[in-house]
Design a protein around this ligand. Sequence first.
Ligand code: FE
Ligand code: FE
Length: 169
Amino acid sequence: MTHVTWEELTDRLAAHLTPDRLQHSLGVVETAARLAVRWGAAVAQARLAGLLHDCAKGLTADELLQWAAAFGIVRSDTEIACPDLLHGPVGALLAWKEYGVTDRAVLTAIRLHTLGAPDMGLLDKLIYLADYIEPGRAFPGVEDLRRRAEQDLNQAVLRAMDGTIRYVL
Ligand code: FE
Ligand code: FE
């Protein structure tokens, strides 16, 4: 999956993220691992994708656009106006180039974690949802969504998407 140890990954990540963002990422690790057990996904993949999902969050808008340009990520007008939307796809690149992750399923889950996609796989859904309901999140309805995540995964993902789309807009 990666030749780097968990401690090394966390240390490296800590150098690139604010303490709050690191705390959020560790919350996603915890929630993604629990959801992986609940829904029968690989816990190691869920933890790794959770840890690194926001690894590009520390980049500036210019850096995000430069990475995207360098790797041929197609940028829409919206993404050029709001480069933060690129932190998923650029994060997948960073996870590969800078953190040594080669597992495509993990990289895909990182890539899709903000905007989602049609035909998301189980791991993609778990990370998408864990990002939304990890213990550090507080918004009206989060408790309900946490319960729902244990009962009906797809419905919970749809709810989370609804919230994310509103936020992104
Ligand atoms: Fe994110
Ligand atoms: Fe996140």
